[in-house]
Design a protein around this ligand. Structure first.
Ligand SMILES: Cc1ncc(COP(=O)(O)O)c(C=O)c1O
Length: 441
């Protein structure tokens, strides 16, 4: 069958984040190996996005297929609602205890990042009710953030286009400026820098809303979908101190930055900051099975553990602690530890960033940034005005795809987040193909 035949049949499927224009000429992928994807019409594409920031160990891993097969054969699924449990979920929760951050020893498993964030918001509300502060329910998030598409995650997300057709907005989500070093949209006061100004905007929002109504602050350590935004070094330590001052729980959305992507196992490690709740998903299984979760601090765990029966934690999903997914997660972690992925991300990320920075010679490349193996190339009409140029960004994206390189256009930023299993030559190939695409425009 031809690609067009497949795409005709594909019309029976509604794709996520869909518009007919964005799905025209979709790639039909048949198989993957390492960092490479192969289409039904024989094209070989370097996946510069590791799927959706998640296929950290690369495609076609025999060990993961085997573990899934064995687990499905012996036990694919059991209820994990209280009263029953299974071995892979016990083992994975044990492995994860304290793995990301000291003091985060309890995991609630879910199926993906949006569910993780909804669970984080509900757990924050639950906690404050248990502490006798039921008026604390609001969540402060940043403009430009992406937290998923369940109803609460949609309105925590700070990107308008995800709200437009799904309003009215849910009550209780407030957005503040993000610490974007290239284009900060807030105001600087006196001699303060962007990190300090963005942190101040959090304190101001808490006071404006009234601290007695605010349950939590949520942030991605490195903003992904919002354009790969890396905060200044002082931002997160200041944010942590402000959260402590006003009794606000800090939720780290590490759905992208978790499991080695940025050169540390988890993103906030770069700034020596610890969250109260951690949301994770994606690379926990490198995309080989659907799995996510939240990890909660011992203080939050105690509040759940010591509740009366009417205050029970009535939250969780059919697929919480899915046996096959947890078995895959365990094996995937073993591979990432054995192959030392955070270190690889650090070293190869440096090489990728240096390579991408050479493209600054193009008049339309405004900014190139990265942390570990997540990078962004921001496209502007010219370097002086810094005016975003999404049309040019799309052109470069398409030209790169014609040259067998998959990136992701996010507004006027091209994102790169390849598998952490990538090697030096493949990193150089990303830069070469992107350079050729820009050259041909
Ligand atoms: C930071 C972040 N949070 C949450 C999500 C939502 O995850 P999912 O699509 O698995 O629901 C994503 C997805 O890209 C994400 O990047």
């Amino acid at each position: 069958m031809t690609t067009n035949n497949w795409l005709e049949k594909d019309k029976k499927q509604l794709h996520p984040v869909y518009h007919p224009k964005s799905h025209a000429n979709a790639l039909v992928i048949e198989r993957g190996e390492g960092v490479w994807l192969y289409t039904v019409d024989g094209k070989k594409i370097l996946d510069g996005m590791a799927g959706l920031w998640n296929v950290n160990v690369g495609y076609g891993r025999e060990e993961l297929a085997k573990v899934a097969y064995d687990q499905m054969k012996s036990l694919a699924f059991t209820s994990n609602f209280s009263g029953m449990t299974n071995l892979p979920s016990i083992q994975l929760a044990e492995k994860l205890a304290g793995f990301a951050y000291e003091g985060l020893n309890t995991t609630l498993f879910v199926s993906g990042g949006s569910e993780a964030n909804d669970s984080a918001f509900k757990t924050a509300r639950y906690y404050w009710k248990r502490k006798g502060k039921p008026t604390k329910y609001k969540v402060i998030a940043r403009k430009g953030s992406y937290h998923g598409v369940t109803l609460a995650a949609t309105f925590a997300t700070g990107l308008e286009k995800y709200h437009t057709m799904f309003g009215p907005a849910m009550d209780g989500f407030v957005h503040i400026p993000a610490p974007n070093p290239y284009r900060y949209e807030g105001q600087l006061k006196g001699d303060e820098n962007i990190g300090q100004a963005a942190a101040r905007s959090l304190e101001e929002a808490i006071l404006r809303e009234n601290p007695d109504t605010v349950a939590a602050f949520i942030a991605e350590p490195v903003m992904g979908v919002g354009g790969v935004i890396i905060p200044p070094d002082d931002y997160f330590p200041l944010v942590r101190a402000i959260c402590d001052k006003y009794e606000i729980l800090f939720i780290a959305d590490e759905v992208i930055t978790g499991f080695g992507r940025t050169g540390e196992w988890f993103g906030l490690k770069h700034w020596n900051v610890k969250p109260d709740i951690l949301s994770f998903a994606k690379a926990i299984t490198s995309g080989y099975a659907q799995l996510g979760g939240i990890q909660i601090s011992d203080t939050l765990r105690d509040a759940i553990e010591t509740a009366t029966e009417p205050e029970a934690f009535m939250h969780g999903y059919t697929y919480s602690g899915h046996a096959m997914s947890c078995a895959v997660g365990l094996k995937n972690l073993e591979i990432m530890e054995k192959e030392n992925y955070p270190q690889r991300a650090k070293e190869l990320g440096k090489r990728l960033l240096e390579g991408l920075q050479t493209l600054k010679e193009f008049s339309f490349v405004g900014d190139v940034r990265g942390l570990g193996l997540v990078c962004g190339v921001e496209i502007v009409s010219d370097k002086e005005s810094k005016n975003p140029d999404p049309a040019m960004t799309m052109k470069i994206f398409k030209a790169a795809q014609e040259r067998g390189l998959r990136t992701r256009p996010l507004g006027n930023t091209l994102a790169f987040s390849p598998p952490l299993s990538i090697n030096e030559e493949e990193v150089d190939e990303i830069v070469k193909r992107l350079g050729a695409a820009m050259d041909g425009i």
